[in-house]
Design a protein around this ligand. Structure first.
Ligand code: GAR
Length: 196
């Protein structure tokens, strides 16, 4: 079985990253983590990755100022050097330029905490509550130039309960994300491998 070299991009806690690393610890999982990359040097997930023995690197976006593409060129160099074949965005909170998205199109996926196409962008849990929705969920999708806009790979949902707040909903959704993301990444790997 082909195991694709996986890079995971994070900005903070990295609990979805951790779920992917756990799944990929199995020898028959179709992705092999080669790099965890954060755009914030204080991202907690970096420590988790290092603890799991995965190369982890911070490329701080701040010194690049408004030059998003220069920041992405630095990321791209690190990704290429690591031999990356597929990228999973896991709570990576920077909008990517068309240059980077096009470079990795068809090899980059994202997890978003809503049932897309509903609630692209931020505050997804509050927006689901404000709309009076009876269910919420998460989506794993291919990354395309539009924000949270690419083709859907897999979704998982859960009921919204009376008295739910954005925080309680986010807390109940997180373990659902942790189950969903490794499954969806495995699907994405199968599609990428079939193409090459
Ligand atoms: C997750 O809920 C993920 O779905 C969300 O950020 C959180 C990251 O948590 N992603 C987005 O909102 C992307 N638009 P984690 O760092 O513990 O995985």
């Amino acid at each position: 079985m082909t195991r694709l070299n996986l890079a995971i991009l994070i900005s903070g806690r990295g609990s979805n990253m951790e779920a992917l690393l756990k799944a990929a610890a199995a020898a028959d999982y179709p992705a092999k983590p080669v790099l965890v990359l954060a755009n914030r040097p204080d991202a907690k997930g970096l420590e988790t990755a290092m603890g799991a023995g995965i190369p982890a690197l911070a490329i701080d976006h701040k010194p690049f100022g408004k030059d998003r593409e220069a920041f992405e060129r630095a990321m791209d160099e690190a990704l290429t050097e690591a031999g990356t074949e597929i990228i999973a965005l896991a709570g990576f909170m920077r909008v990517l330029t068309p240059w980077f998205v096009e470079k990795w199109q068809g090899r980059m996926i994202n997890i978003h905490p809503s049932l897309l196409p509903k609630y692209k962008g931020l505050d997804t849990h509050q927006r689901a509550l404000d709309a009076g929705d009876v269910e919420a969920g998460a989506t794993v999708h291919w990354v395309s130039p539009g924000v949270d806009d690419g083709e859907i790979i897999q979704q998982a949902s859960l009921p919204i309960l009376p008295g739910d707040t954005a925080d309680s909903l986010a807390a109940r959704l997180l373990p659902v994300e942790h189950q969903l993301y490794p499954e969806a990444l495995a699907k994405a790997c199968a599609l990428v491998s079939a193409r090459t």
